[in-house]
Design a protein around this ligand. Sequence first.
Ligand code: ADP
Length: 461
Amino acid sequence: MERQSIEVVNPYTGQAVGRVPMETAEDVQQAVEEAHEGAKVMRVMPLHRRAEILGKTAQKLLQETETLARLIVSEAGKTLREARAEVVRAAGIFQLAAEETRRLHGETLPFDALAGGDGRTGYWTREPIGVVGAITPWNVPLALTAHKIAPALGAGNAVVHKPAEQTPLNALRLAEILFACGLPENALHVVTGDGTTGDALVKHPEVPFVSFTGSREVGTRLPGRAGYKKVALELGGNSPVLVTPSANLTDAAEAIVRGGFAVAGQLCISVQRVLVQEDVQEKLTAELLPRIERLRVGDPAEETTEVGALISREACDRVERDIASAQQTGAKVLVGGKRLGDALYAPTLLREAAPDSRLAVEEAFAPLILLIPYRTLEEAIAIANATPYGLNAGIYTNDLREAMTAAREIVAGSVMINDVPTFRSDLMPYGGRKQSGLGREGVRFAMEEMTEIKVVCFRTL
Ligand code: ADP
């Protein structure tokens, strides 16, 4: 039977840039079996050796920044600037994982601190979980892959990685780099394919941990498909930023435009809703409009482009539909609101979207921002929380009490004070509440999830 394959297409030009196999459940089965062989080698590999492989990979990624960045541009349609920053970020994640690997240890346990523990001493330690199944999306393909593979290997696991069908080429190159830097055979398998390939990995009984980053639709159903195993889910968001009257509006506008239109708004922590206190709404709008109008939208491969393409023509169709339906229920377009190409949409600012419209509630994954006025902070927090998501949030204020109230009351994985929710550091615990996910990434935190704790107890009397 002829093997099926997937064509990788440049979202901006529509040209084919590569072709990868469409791997089946049988291929996944073989990859998992071989990964178990790799896991045997990884679990006994000294920490310094694992750290060395990860550190070398970080350096090699940096050396290859330009070629990898151009590969990412061609698959994902993001801008060259964004893609370069992503490669540097991926290198940083590998470097951090190298360092965290050296700190992977437990603690002693004072058993005799409780009655019944007399004459016992011991410790707890972390053991690798075995084979990690990693499923990644197309929007930040290299860095989000690094967030799974680097901690998994550092913690002594083998990995079977299923990259997004839109962006498999950079994942394949990363695997080559890892092997060139000394990763043992079978410690990593990249299986290319679509959701059916991913599903085979999720369901596989010999994959004890699945780490998934992708849509809420697929992610919320994943634990049911996975059965009895650990899962980590990084799903979507509909991130709010609150702008209060005490805020520095220029700073806020500057960051909102960056955070709303990076990767054409296709980030789970993209600024989607700007909740602005009504007394400062006009002023903030005046700060936002010229900044949005000035954005250079176009060919992602051009050095100066600031906003690139959406992932596909279909994604752009969806944005058109979402904006049209928001307009039917009262939303006004302040700037943008038009398609500029097959997969290109103008950065858009909307006002007066109905609170129950799809754009107000669901994840837009598009270059658009909703402006939503509020009266009291309490009301703003209620609006911020009125979605199924709870990933990141932000508040601009110079009032400490307001900052602390928002930090406490917004249901989210992180709350950024005087910054947009789009800020993420790769060392922080990152993940969501509600339907934004389960578990936390961020190198150290991912390593903890990718290990099992074992207690060793010595009876000495
Ligand atoms: P998006 O809508 O952003 O493409 P998806 O959740 O569809 O997000 O895809 C994210 C990743 O999950 C991709 O690698 C994709 O192939 C994979 N995937 C899609 N459907 C499934 C599924 N049912 N089970 C496992 N993985 C899946």
